[in-house]
Write a protein that binds this ligand. Sequence first.
Ligand SMILES: NC(=O)c1ccc[n+]([C@@H]2O[C@H](COP(=O)([O-])OP(=O)(O)OC[C@H]3O[C@@H](n4cnc5c(N)ncnc54)[C@H](O)[C@@H]3O)[C@@H](O)[C@H]2O)c1
Length: 413
Amino acid sequence: MSPQQPQILAIIGQGYVGLPLAMAAVDAGWTVIGVDNFEVKVTQINSGSSPVEDVSDSQLKAALSKGVYKATNDFSSVSQASVITICVPTPLDDKREPDLALLRSAAKGIAPFISNETLIVSESTSYPGTLRDIIIPIVNKLKPEASKTVYFASAPERVNPGDPVWNQKNTPRLIGSIDNASQTRALAFYESICDAAVSVSTPEVAEAAKLLENTFRLVNIALINEFTQLCAASGINVNEVIGAASTKPYGFMPFRPGVGVGGHCIPVDPLYLTWWARQKGTRAEFVEFAASINQQMPMYVANRALSLVDSDIKNPKVLILGVAYKPGVGDVRETPVSELRDHLVTQGADVAWHDPLVPMWDGSKPVDLGWDCDVAILATNQPGVDVEKLISKGVQILDCTNSIKNLNGVTSL
Ligand SMILES: NC(=O)c1ccc[n+]([C@@H]2O[C@H](COP(=O)([O-])OP(=O)(O)OC[C@H]3O[C@@H](n4cnc5c(N)ncnc54)[C@H](O)[C@@H]3O)[C@@H](O)[C@H]2O)c1
């Protein structure tokens, strides 16, 4: 199949997924309209300041100045597009169940402006049936009468923000559509911007595959987190064990322990799966159990850190290093470090934090490494944190990231 001739692409949502996609499409020759309903972000982007680490200001400025990209909050601009991709958040509600309000509002926002023969693709992560049962009925109800033919596909985004190797271009893209005509167009579109587009038989297969991928990570991280507690209780270094097991050339894949799981994907997507299972009258008990193991990790880490402090100190001062959910990004969504901080505070600790990529967190500001503490917890190995400075001051460190090797004063998780 020959790639689609680049024309105008509209991307709904200009965040961690939408903005890098916009730049990848610009590189492939598309003219891109980035629609976002958050006006402050639209203004920031149009001023040439990128809100995400995977897009540099210079890359963004180049696209803006060539006139091949602009951000807007005007949904009517999608009428110019031959392809519209939806990249809005799919979080959990306060019952920890799928919250598709933003996805619904994005579908409602674009529907009245869709031109005839437009391809609509959902890239947002959600449970199987979301494209067919939620997005398509909204669009079909609200689209202009003249737009008789609209094509629909699901192509869940797999991007891993901050990853130096895998990006929008070289990560194979799964594509499942509602009919052959939609699939032909969706494959041609993604072949124009990605190295490999992989066809699956339905949107539901693509949606389910995305949940499987992230649930696979959740359960393996849970296994290692449980195994870590067992090793620590037995005086065995779990990271050495993982390294040893990794020498097996087949059938084993290393996962590392940590404070828990965070971000918009690993703690969230498996709960879309468990909810979906319940809707089908069944249970995903294995996944539920894995999620609960990971949720216990912040308390385990808090207890391990406090065990390093002299028991005479009633209100130990604890410095948390790295509060983003993973290294290289400033993203604190669902970070397990929130729970860690809360457990420490509940146990009487005076807690401060340091993270070069996070200027503000939960209404508080970071401290510098000179902050006097009884113990430090390396929760996320952010670039630019001078851990050796703390070690040279004699501060005890609990390393949850397996990044400090063989140094006195450092305890591994
Ligand atoms: N962040 C990741 O690592 C990642 C990776 C793969 C898939 N995903 C999935 O991609 C989707 C988007 O995630 P993200 O991390 O890019 O989110 P994000 O919060 O970084 O960006 C989403 C953007 O959408 C905008 N928005 C929200 N509702 C809107 C609406 N109705 N109309 C227009 N704009 C709207 C927000 O203002 C925001 O700028 C989610 O389903 C997520 O699960 C995320």
